[in-house]
Design a protein around this ligand. Structure first.
Ligand code: COA
Length: 479
């Protein structure tokens, strides 16, 4: 039914269908174990594992950077689908781990892929590097989807690759939400995995300093609690705009007492750490359910009224500084997440998307799409038939902007999802000691002092330092 409505809406709008045909990941094979980390920093390991949902944080070896992770993910998706460079019209890279103020990361990725596919094999292909913290991958997907919808692709595919190293200062509260990895998505006009709903993508934007990384600084300046709340407010704003569009295009029809979230089968949220997904779902459900008849019964069961800040129209700072409200709100959230109603929504819509995040940590731009990948694999393993199911995406980038959009799973999805195996795709991993981790983190080792030998992948072998070659990066493909 959902699929039929989508297909007739696309036809009515005289657009081509467009969406994700396949998705590939690349995760570096070194990781920091959350328990070792907690011990070394004198923290309770439960704070990381239960409080934040962090078990392992993927970290890059000395000979890896965001460009080679991106190229590795692209190569995987091209080889698996037997895609030749001539079939690719656009290759976009979205990242907040940029390597150069001017030269786009795409060019490095193209350079690496041409080592495999031949010099100038991508000469016809266009693309840019996109930046807006963690949301830029969603803008890249949207722009490339529209390139296809408009008929500009002329049968070619687009590849959007999101790649990042989430790195925070040693000893900071962000340090336990690190990670690294890339996700490549193949887009076309006959996608096997998901077709995006047209005319519903919604955004919000505001000049903010919740998380930013000034030129020359390797790690961000973060106001974590402020950023968490801002993320939820911005996504909520975008969700409200999405709701208006979904109702006006007719892709979703609400009956009395229903919310738009009742019609989103799976919710995929940006995941700076796994439990942020739960926090965001809680916030959105509270917002959506508050005005519905079902809320009365939930409040009765919880035995507590929803708290209101002293200044309900105050700023994020004033809300966070309102200690009495924050305490009550924490208690209210705890009770709410224990209700059957919340648990049902959490288990059925969100939980599977959080599994990968706890295995690899924060991937910034790639986190949302790793979550999508995780959701498909683990729901399928549970025996859930995903065909015709609607996925909603809550994308957030600090600074700040949010994007909410949705898509519907296509009948051919099984071809792809039945072969998904996160553990196998990540490959054998090596745990690093805290000493090794800190050496890598503080850039004490050169690219050639790598811990692991790469296999069938691109690695960084050097960065020019002489005045005329400064910053030039050399990569090779390791057979
Ligand atoms: N056992 C179990 N849970 C525990 C615990 C323990 N011993 N100690 C704390 N916790 C829980 C807290 O209750 C809290 O849960 P809640 O969010 O449900 O209330 C959670 O662990 C986090 O603890 P808290 O003290 O709030 O965290 P923090 O001050 O260490 O900061 C972040 C957490 C996420 C804000 C911080 O790691 C950060 O800033 N990370 C970077 C995030 C980022 O990049 N954001 C940018 C864009 S989205």
């Amino acid at each position: 039914m959902i699929l039929k409505i989508l297909i007739s809406t696309i036809a009515k709008l005289k657009l081509l269908a467009a969406g994700i045909d396949d998705i590939a990941i690349y995760i570096p094979k070194l990781f920091v174990d959350a328990r070792d980390f907690a011990k070394a920093r004198g923290m309770d390991p439960d704070k990381l594992q239960r409080g934040l949902g962090v078990s392992k944080m993927a970290i890059v070896d000395t000979n890896q950077d965001p460009a080679c992770m991106a190229a590795n993910a692209c190569l995987r998706i091209m080889e698996r689908n037997k895609i030749a460079p001539k079939d690719v019209g656009r290759l976009y890279v979205a990242t907040e781990s940029s390597l150069d103020e001017s030269k786009a990361m795409n060019s490095y990725v193209i350079g690496m892929l041409e080592q495999v596919y031949g010099n100038d094999s991508f000469g016809h292909c266009g693309g840019i590097e996109c930046k807006f913290a963690c949301v830029s991958g969603s803008y890249a997907l949207y722009d490339n989807t529209n390139w296809i919808r408009a008929g500009e692709a002329e049968g070619k595919s687009a590849i959007v690759v999101v790649s990042d190293i989430a790195k925070y200062d040693l000893g900071s509260s962000g340090e336990y939400t690190q990670g690294a990895g890339a996700v490549a998505m193949l887009l076309n006009d006959n996608p096997r995995l998901m077709t995006f709903d047209p005319k519903v993508t919604s955004t919000s934007i505001k000049n903010e300093y919740d998380f930013y990384r000034p030129f020359g600084k390797e790690t961000p300046i973060v106001n974590g609690q402020y950023s968490n709340l801002l993320y939820m407010i911005q996504v909520k704003k975008a969700l409200m705009a999405y709701k208006d569009k979904a109702l006006s295009t007719g892709i979703i029809k609400l009956k009395e007492g229903e919310t738009i979230l009742d019609y989103i089968d799976f919710v995929n949220m940006h995941l700076p750490y796994s439990n942020m997904g739960k926090k965001a779902l809680t916030y959105l459900l509270r917002h959506e359910w508050r005005s519905l008849p079902r809320w009365k019964g939930i409040i009765e069961k919880m035995g507590m009224q929803e708290p209101v800040p002293k200044d309900p129209r105050g700023t994020i700072e004033s809300i966070l500084a309102d200690e009495e409200f924050m305490q009550k709100d924490h208690e209210f959230t705890k009770r709410f997440t224990m209700t059957d109603e919340f648990q049902e929504a959490y288990d059925s819509k969100l939980s599977s998307s959080l599994i990968a995040s706890s295995m690899v940590g924060n991937l910034y731009t790639a986190s949302l799409y790793m979550g999508f990948r995780s959701c498909m694999e683990f729901e399928f393993q549970k025996g859930v038939d995903l065909e015709g199911k609607r996925f909603g995406f809550g994308s957030y980038g600090s600074g700040s902007s949010a994007m909410v959009f949705s898509g519907v799973i296509m009948p051919a999805y099984k071809e792809i999802v039945k072969n998904m195996n996160l553990e196998a795709e990540i490959g054998d991993r090596r745990k690093v000691s805290l000493e090794e981790y800190e050496q890598i983190h503080e850039s004490k080792l050169s690219p050639t002092q790598n811990i692991l030998e790469g296999k069938k992948e691109f690695v960084l072998v050097g960065v020019g330092s002489s005045p005329e070659l400064r910053g030039q990066r050399k990569y090779v493909f390791k057979e």
